[in-house]
Design a protein around this ligand. Structure first.
Ligand code: NDP
Length: 252
């Protein structure tokens, strides 16, 4: 348990796998009231069961799971009302969900660029706008956005992904400046490779699933180590931008 975070309401997007799953464990262990969201109901149920069975001694609040598709922003206000009906407020919003992309610009359909932007950028923006009024009204909160090193540096074959993460960086930098007087903190996290199935779930230029685990994945950080770093930073109420060291194999 972390006395700074104990009892805080934390909503995590993309909590059904990878980094989001690790963040669910880390915030839950800290004593938070976690709300786990994603599209895959079965995976969310698995994560919830793992939280309850793996951390039986945490004097805590039962995790809540909610289905959310970020590519449908029209559903988000209704969804936010459901969340606020359960917990009244959200203290910490962790915008973690995202999809990756593999393809060259010339052979990528515009619909694919739109799909990546819809989830990584517009969905995140809509969700943030849905919870911002309650954070401002309650006089504090913390919004975390999981960007990527590619929110700073664009690699080839990643145009849509890098663009969406650059957009996130700019949006949240602007929001942080706007919120300076409102006591709502904004943290953008820019990790290097993490050992998750992100590339398996990536979309290609023709809109198919990429379906392969990139070789570089193995060189990445464990989701747990990145999650623990993020939770520690939120507990310190720091807006510092957390940048996990780059993978040794990412030649920049
Ligand atoms: P995963 O593919 O394991 O996780 C992605 C998560 O996003 C899943 O839980 C998925 O849940 C959710 N998601 C995808 N599409 C949607 C949607 N339309 N609506 C709602 N949720 C959605 O990969 P990671 O854990 O690696 O990715 C987490 C974040 O970390 C992403 O933002 C990614 O860009 C970022 N990141 C990852 C790096 C890496 O090397 N792995 C490096 C830097 C940043 P579901 O399918 O159930 O909806």
């Amino acid at each position: 348990t972390n006395f700074k975070l104990q009892g805080k309401v934390v909503l995590i997007t993309g909590a059904s796998s990878g980094l989001g799953e690790a963040l669910a464990h880390a915030f839950y262990k800290a004593g938070c009231k976690v709300i786990l969201t994603a599209r895959r109901e079965k995976e969310l149920a698995r994560v919830k069961n793992d939280l309850l069975s793996l951390h039986p001694t945490v004097p805590t609040y039962p995790p809540v799971t909610l289905l959310l598709d970020l590519s449908k922003p029209e559903d988000i206000p209704k969804y936010a009302s459901e969340v606020l009906a359960i917990h009244k407020n959200v203290d910490i919003l962790v915008n973690n969900a995202g999809i990756s992309y593999r393809g060259d610009v010339m052979s990528t359909k515009v619909e694919v660029d739109e799909q990546v932007m819809a989830v990584n950028y517009f969905g995140t923006v809509a969700l943030t706008k849905a919870f911002l009024p309650c954070m401002v009204a309650q006089g504090g909160g913390h919004i975390v956005a999981i960007s990527s090193v590619q929110g700073r540096i664009a690699l080839p074959q990643r145009s849509a992904y890098a663009a969406s993460k650059h957009a996130l960086q700019a949006f949240f930098d602007s929001l942080r400046a706007e919120l300076a007087a409102a006591n709502v903190k904004v943290t953008v996290v820019s990790p290097g490779y993490i050992r998750t199935n992100l590339s398996l779930n990536a979309v290609t230029g023709s809109g198919e699933l990429y379906g392969e685990l990139d070789e570089t994945t193995a060189s990445g950080y464990s989701p747990e180590s990145v999650a623990n770093k993020i939770v520690a930073s939120v507990a310190r109420e720091k807006e510092e931008v957390v940048i996990a060291p780059l993978s040794a194999r990412l030649a920049i």
